[in-house]
Design a protein around this ligand. Structure first.
Ligand SMILES: Cc1ncc(C[n+]2csc(CCOP(=O)(O)OP(=O)(O)O)c2C)c(N)n1
Length: 382
């Protein structure tokens, strides 16, 4: 067999675009050392709100660390990493109102934890438990829950962008002041649905904030194979949609621009925000990035880690200490352990459960299929 197929052909590392933020029109509040000397104003959030952003990011990372271990040890089926991409998501969710709708891509779990949903239910979803909101029917991580206005992501890339735009249009038609936040990846911009959604946005001006997480890769596809243009935000120009680029690893930048878009949505309509970030981990637990990129590329992004940067911002203000860090980490460890214990002991749906909840009254095809599976299983057991 061709050796390169087995060992991969990782490309040479590409320089971190955040190093040239100003030249590339990437706006930020804080630099890599947590100093507020970017071109966006420091929102001057009070200590408890910045602490919420910081704690939310670290909780996401702790969930990720445990989820990864659970997958690697065979206790859950799949994992979708979000490490390195916590910044833009917590900033943007914090800028929204709790009753706004959030449509999420597969790496954005921030709304779940920031809107106070339970960790037990979250881990129950990872284990595919029967009583979690989606009854074990979605891949682990693809969680949503109507009770917190968080829509579960659709797996086909970009497919949910017109849904999000339609939801925003519906809110506008009803005269509601609520807005829609929608996260998606750079890969989504190559889908027709992105262009349909943007075209609709330019014409009808729904109150939506679309955040394209440009994390440099779409599985093995690098940026230069995703677009021939210099950036993703400017695609909004073709449709008359307001757009801008931010440092996606700066939660304060995400907060500032999302808030502005939220407050002015009646006048501006939709805003398209490109959040420049990087996927530090695998694409999913089924991937191996060593086959297409070198470790040096990940390492160059470490100093831009959103958690590290916000912690420095807080330390400069005397808002965070090692003691608080240790206490928080221990608290999260205990919460996550309790959630894992609870979730793992919950029943998982049986094979016949897949026939439930399709129609109010199951049709004869479903009934036949269910009867067949039940009798096959009984036969196997007998
Ligand atoms: C229509 C479609 N084609 C292919 C896939 C397989 N697939 C899953 S995720 C993914 C890449 C998505 O890249 P991007 O939108 O940039 O998000 P990221 O994974 O980088 O966060 C692909 C190609 C899919 N889910 N849907």
């Amino acid at each position: 067999m061709d050796k390169t197929l087995v060992e991969g052909n990782p490309r040479e590392p590409v320089p971190v675009p955040l190093e040239r933020a100003q030249e590339l029109g990437i706006q930020r509040v804080i630099d890599e050392n947590g100093q507020p000397n970017g071109d966006l104003p420091d929102p001057q959030l009070p200590c408890e709100q910045v602490t919420k952003l910081y704690e939310s990011m670290t909780l996401l990372r702790a969930i990720e660390a445990r989820g990864w271990k659970l997958q690697r040890s065979g206790r859950i089926a799949f994992w979708i990493p979000m490490r390195g991409q916590e910044g833009y998501q917590v900033g943007a969710v914090h800028a929204m109102h709790d009753d706004d709708w959030v449509f999420r891509g597969h790496r954005e779990m921030a709304a779940w934890i920031m809107r106070g949903a339970s960790l037990e239910k979250l881990f129950a979803q990872f284990f595919g438990a029967q009583d979690e909101p989606l009854r074990g029917r979605r891949l682990p991580c693809l969680i949503g829950d109507r009770s917190i206005n968080l829509v579960s992501p659709a797996t086909p890339v970009g497919s949910f962008l017109p849904h999000a735009m339609g939801a925003a249009w519906g809110l506008k038609m009803k005269g509601s002041s609520r807005r829609v936040l929608c996260f998606f990846g750079d890969g989504g911009t190559s889908r027709g649905e992105f262009h349909s959604a943007m075209n609709f946005a330019g014409i009808h001006k729904p109150p939506a904030i679309f955040i394209c997480a440009n994390n440099s890769w779409a599985v093995t596809t690098p940026l230069e194979c995703q677009t021939a243009f210099a950036n993703f935000a400017a695609k909004g120009d073709a449709y008359g949609v307001r757009n801008l680029r931010i440092d996606g690893n700066d939660p304060l930048a995400a907060y500032v621009v999302t808030r502005q878009a939220h407050e002015n949505a009646d006048q501006w309509g939709t805003t398209l925000i490109e959040a420049v970030t990087y996927r530090l981990g695998f694409h999913t637990s089924s991937d191996n990035p060593d086959l297409y990129r070198r470790k040096a590329e990940d390492e160059a992004w470490e100093k831009w880690d959103p958690i590290r940067r916000l912690r420095l911002y807080m330390e400069h203000r005397g808002w965070w200490s090692q003691g608080q860090e240790d206490e928080m980490q221990a608290r999260y460890e205990a919460r996550i352990q309790a959630a894992v214990d609870a979730a793992e002991s919950m029943p998982v749906p049986g094979p016949e459960d897949q026939f439930e909840h399709h129609y109010a009254e199951p049709d004869w095809i479903l009934n036949e299929q269910r009867a067949r599976i039940v009798s096959d299983i009984a036969g196997e057991k007998g």
